[in-house]
Design a protein around this ligand. Structure first.
Ligand SMILES: NC(=O)c1ccc[n+]([C@@H]2O[C@H](COP(=O)([O-])OP(=O)(O)OC[C@H]3O[C@@H](n4cnc5c(N)ncnc54)[C@H](O)[C@@H]3O)[C@@H](O)[C@H]2O)c1
Length: 383
């Protein structure tokens, strides 16, 4: 096992009714800016609960943070937060609202050009941030990462600061009942691929991390389809929500090699062709596993046996069957696994490669050996 430095200060408030406890976790006297997306919180009762819980604070609201939050939208929120002298940001939504709110929190406390924060300048100050999660997927509710899109530059820009871990995250599974099937599928696929990015690499003598990852994968496989079939099953939603948080709160990746090539190639597909984040993962991951089957052979075999129960046949047959089972699972969650399903053909690939080159993505994966030629082969397999 490798050395690691694990830090996660986010308080998790899990379960039905927890929104009512908001006032216990936001410092008295704070001027709260509530950030949200397109308006689902007004239809599913979440806003009512938040408004009631915050009745003792001065509250302002910034809505309209879109999926794959846009830099220009977030700058407007920063201007509002400054004008309102906000001292606490409460993000109410999915990964996009939370990521966007992390940027707002950092940019409000930054005296330079806000874009610097997306180009490697790490936030050294930030407004405190909390969140009410409404979509189980990204883990953003309990990590210090964010991704902001810049439409004009066709870029998705990741950033990180330990100051951007939410102070608390309210995880009430009932808030997810109103998700449309597309977002249920996306959420399960996202959490599944986050887990695989930290598991399906090469053996590193970390059996606890392996079994932790396998536990998350098995739970997602069991519970994911149930959420599609019965969207208001509280326990199913609760288990999925807790899986998604743990898939990217930092603990799973401790002491093990990590891949993340699927995400980095996927980001370019979103920036160029506007696929949902998880749609890109479902397309790239099976193709990447097929392309990298030799480098990942030992862990693919372990994955085949322990996660999919595949023991019959030659090792190669088991690996093939595991990749096939992964793809079939994504499809069962309603998420397509081919570029062609999104109307993209081979003509789309050169621009993805050009973007990877522009962004310096020339040595990806756990061995840093996925060069542009390998990325091209992965994309061709994904057609
Ligand atoms: N910070 C991280 O660690 C991390 C990790 C992975 C992905 N991301 C980023 O997060 C973003 C994706 O976030 P996401 O998958 O959570 O989706 P999202 O936040 O983009 O939301 C998707 C859609 O679902 C709607 N929605 C959210 N909650 C709802 C509810 N309860 N009922 C009805 N509709 C609801 C939103 O309004 C939006 O239209 C991408 O930009 C991705 O790159 C961040």
């Amino acid at each position: 096992m490798r050395n690691f430095n694990f830090y996660n200060p986010t308080r998790i408030l899990f379960g039905e009714g927890q929104i009512a406890s908001l006032a216990q976790h936001i410092p008295a006297g704070s001027r709260v800016l509530v950030t949200h997306g397109g308006g689902s919180i007004f239809q599913n009762g979440v806003w009512e609960q938040v408004e009631q819980a915050l009745s003792s604070y001065p509250v302002s609201r910034f809505g309209g943070i879109e999926a794959n939050p846009q830099y220009t939208t977030l700058l407007r929120a920063v201007a509002q937060a400054k004008a309102d002298e906000s001292s606490f940001i409460l993000a109410v939504g999915g990964g996009s609202v939370i990521d966007g709110s992390k940027f707002i929190a950092a940019a409000c406390a930054y005296s330079g050009e806000p874009f610097d924060l997306l180009c490697g300048t790490r936030a050294e100050q930030a407004l405190p941030l909390g969140c009410v999660l409404t979509l189980a997927a990204t883990g953003s509710e309990s990590n210090g990462n964010g991704v902001v899109s810049h439409a004009e530059r066709q870029q998705k820009l990741p950033f990180f600061s330990p100051l951007l871990f939410p102070r608390f995250a309210i995880l009430d599974p009932r808030t997810t009942f109103s998700l449309p099937p597309r977002q249920i599928g996306n959420g399960v696929v996202d959490a599944f691929v986050h887990t695989l990015e930290q598991y399906l690499t090469y053996p590193s003598d970390a059996p606890l991390q392996d079994r932790y990852a396998e536990g998350l994968l098995l739970t997602l496989i069991e519970e994911g389809p149930k959420a599609l079939a019965n969207p208001e099953d509280y326990n199913v939603r609760a288990n999925l929500m807790w899986c998604a948080t743990q898939a990217l709160n930092g603990l799973l990746g401790c002491g093990v090699p990590q891949d993340w090539a699927t995400h980095l190639i996927g980001h370019e597909l979103t920036a160029l062709y506007h696929l949902d984040h998880a749609q890109t993962l479902a397309v790239i991951l099976p193709a990447l596993l097929a392309e990298r089957r030799d480098a990942k052979h030992a862990k693919l075999l372990q994955y085949a046996e322990r996660v999919w129960g595949l023991r019959k046949g030659s090792p190669d047959e088991c690996v093939d069957a595991a990749i096939h089972a992964t793809e079939a699972f994504f499809q069962r969650m309603g998420v397509a696994t081919r570029l062609s399903a999104h109307g993209l053909d081979a003509e789309a690939i050169p621009e993805v490669l050009a973007q990877l080159q522009r962004h310096g993505m020339l040595a990806l994966g756990e061995h840093r050996d996925i060069d542009l030629a390998t990325s091209e082969r992965i994309l061709l397999r994904a057609l």
